[in-house]
Ligand binder design. Structure first.
Ligand code: IPM
Ligand code: MN
Length: 384
């Protein structure tokens, strides 16, 4: 039987709740689709940090390396200064495991309420490829004369040709599988040095993908195109910080932070990929059952797709969408079911043979571009 070793990091706040719901769905998928998993639950996050002072350690890195994937809940807690856990754990993992791509679908599912009046599912079906290890996220900079009226803060954004090239290459391959359109999102009129490196890389890599149409949009302009004309986009490739910002916008368009999923992909097979909902730990609603677990459930499906479990991933997506579309509200006390209840409903439908969701599924994208059974991703500089 196919077996996958998955490390599970529930973390803080609503993380454990949405992860428990996801594991229920995962168990249902295992019995319906004939594979098994070996789960390792990892204690990490605020409580662990406050007790031990540990964040991302060499031992943990070693332990996680022995897994095929990492399922991640959320991290962040009012008891810990903002940024410590986020940088000390999440960013540390993305970097240590070279999770070069943060793949974030923006897909409005049938029956799901969007705040954008008149938007229909056919018009909103794109993926954002966020560079995930560089840019402003390298954590470099300095402050001179800190705490004085003369303070000078320098925050660096580091852009390397290989770092850009691997995500651009990935994006072209993805576009080839989809509607064959790639949009570079940057701010090259102002951030000239970085913007030119991104544009040159897209131009050069793009020469090897003549069937993919290439476009460019400034990040500020993206903020008005994305809500009102998402049909303009198929694959959007962008810098780490721009990607962080526009994917929150994307999440809102598709129904809110509770439904948005992501995959932090290692592209060269050297370390596990990590899968997490886009939302944070939401300590204000933790423990009440108000969190929508669908973002985490869809991230779990993305994990399975990347591990070669295409059928199971598509079935989870279909089940999650059916349950989502029936919820009176997408989170909070008006959701009608609690977090665990939503997970149970989805789990009960996973083996039901529901038809695949309409439009392009990111599960198909992942099954085709990554994972130990997938087609693999070409290394930078090599043609597709
Ligand atoms: C995200 C989050 C993270 C980020 C934080 C929690 C480090 O906002 O995954 O989008 O900025 O990347
Ligand atoms: Mn974010």
């Amino acid at each position: 039987m196919r077996n996958h070793r998955i490390a599970v990091v529930p973390g803080d706040g609503i993380g454990p709740e949405v992860i428990d719901a996801s594991l229920e769905v995962l168990a249902a998928a295992e019995s319906a689709f004939g594979f098994s998993t070996r789960l390792t639950r990892i204690e990490a996050g605020a409580r662990h940090y406050l007790r031990t002072g540990e964040l991302w350690t060499a031992e943990l890195e070693e332990q996680l390396r022995g897994h095929d994937a990492v399922l991640f809940g959320a991290m962040g807690d009012p008891a810990v200064k903002p940024g410590i856990l986020e940088r000390g754990f999440i960013l540390a993992m993305r970097k240590a495991f070279q999770q070069a791509v943060n793949l974030r679908p923006v897909k409005l599912y049938e029956g799901v309420a969007t705040p954008i009046a008149g938007l229909t599912p056919e018009r909103c079906d794109l993926v954002i490829v966020r560079e995930n290890t560089e840019g402003a996220y390298v954590g470099r900079g300095s402050t001179v004369h800190a705490g004085t009226p003369h303070a000078v803060a320098v925050q660096e954004s580091v852009n390397t040709r290989p770092g850009i090239e691997r995500v651009v290459e990935y994006s072209f391959r993805l576009a080839q599988q989809r509607r064959k359109k790639l949009t570079l999102c940057h701010k090259k009129n102002i951030l000239i040095e970085a913007g030119n490196l991104w544009q040159d890389t897209v131009d050069e890599v793009g020469a090897r993908y003549p069937d993919v149409e290439v476009d460019y949009v400034h990040v500020d302009a993206m903020c008005f195109h994305l809500p009102v004309a998402p049909e303009r986009f198929d694959v959007v490739v962008t810098d780490n910080l721009f990607g962080d910002i526009i994917t929150d916008l994307g999440a809102v368009i598709q129904g809110g932070m509770g439904v948005a999923a992501s995959a932090n992909l290692n592209l060269d097979g050297s370390a596990p990929s990590m899968f997490e909902a886009i939302h944070g730990s939401a300590p204000d609603i933790a423990g009440r059952g108000w969190a929508n677990p669908v973002g985490a459930v869809l991230s779990t499906a993305m994990c399975l797709a990347s591990l070669g479990e295409r059928e199971a991933a598509l079935a989870i997506e279909a089940a999650a969408v059916q349950v989502l579309a029936a919820l009176p509200e997408l989170s909070g006390p008006g959701m009608g079911l609690d977090t665990a209840g939503v997970g149970k409903e989805i789990a009960s439908l996973v083996g039901a043979g529901l038809p695949q969701v309409a439009g392009r599924s990111v599960m198909e994208d992942l099954a085709g571009t990554s994972g130990k059974h997938g087609a693999g991703v070409s290394t930078p500089g090599k043609s597709a």
